[in-house]
Write a protein that binds this ligand. Structure first.
Ligand code: DC
Length: 222
């Protein structure tokens, strides 16, 4: 039945769990539009920080968000967010953004602001001729697309994840961010019921991609 139909794949998991590399590889293999929602939270966090807005001042956050217009720019299989026509760059992965993003991401005001935009990526993908959408984040399978065709939750033990980030030369407070992202009230990081949990601690990227590809293929021929 699913043959040739548009598919939605949700990929959730903690920081440095391998979501981006896995999603990018799968997007190439199945011609899916790849969307990294972590970059949405990072880009808006950076803009709010630049505007001198504190995550504790929700009135100021709401006011600042009302001046932001979001857009989408597609390059290859990847769709990137634009914020008032600014295209996010490496600055959204700086140490100061790493330290602040979870505080802003915990705010229902920011999550509500990004909700419809995230869902609207389905239409963007369809309009641009993709066979589906692969979206990564923390709440994609639980909140954004609870009816996604495949809801994957990637797990990897904290030590392995720290090693991955160190290899990339990135200083990141992985465990602190995960702790904050998991314990917040609004859309906490969690493996939603019915999602497919994959522990990649002892797997290579290629093995993870092969495993998930098998699931996607069986979905496509259902
Ligand atoms: O995936 P990432 O590490 O780039 O995400 C940055 C932060 O954004 C992360 O600490 C939590 C937040 N985030 C979120 O709350 N919900 C999402 N769907 C994606 C990211």
């Amino acid at each position: 039945m699913k043959k040739n139909n548009f598919i939605i794949v949700a990929v959730d998991g903690g920081a440095a769990a391998g979501k981006s590399s896995t999603s990018r590889a799968l997007s190439e293999r199945f011609h899916l539009m790849h969307v990294d929602t972590g970059s949405f939270y990072r880009a808006t966090t950076l803009k709010l920080m630049e505007a001198g807005v504190s995550s504790e001042d929700t009135t100021a956050v709401t006011q600042a968000l009302s001046t932001i217009k979001l857009g989408t720019s597609i390059s290859g299989n990847t769709a990137s967010i634009t914020v008032n026509d600014w295209m996010p760059d490496a600055s959204i992965r700086s140490q100061s953004v790493n330290e602040n993003v979870s505080h802003f991401a915990a705010l229902p005001e920011l999550r509500a602001f990004l909700l419809d935009y995230q869902r609207s990526q389905v239409e963007v993908a369809k309009k641009n001729g993709f066979s589906g959408l692969i979206m990564e984040g923390r709440d994609i399978g639980s909140v954004i697309f609870p009816n996604a065709d495949l809801r994957l939750f990637l797990f990897a033990d904290p030590e392995k994840r720290a090693q991955r980030r160190a290899k990339e030369g990135i200083t990141d407070s992985i465990q602190k961010r995960d702790q904050m992202d998991s314990s917040r009230k609004a859309a906490p990081l969690q493996c939603p019921e019915g999602a497919t949990l994959l522990d990649s601690s002892e797997m290579t990227l290629e093995e993870v991609v092969e495993k998930v590809s098998g699931w996607i293929e069986s979905l496509l021929t259902k």
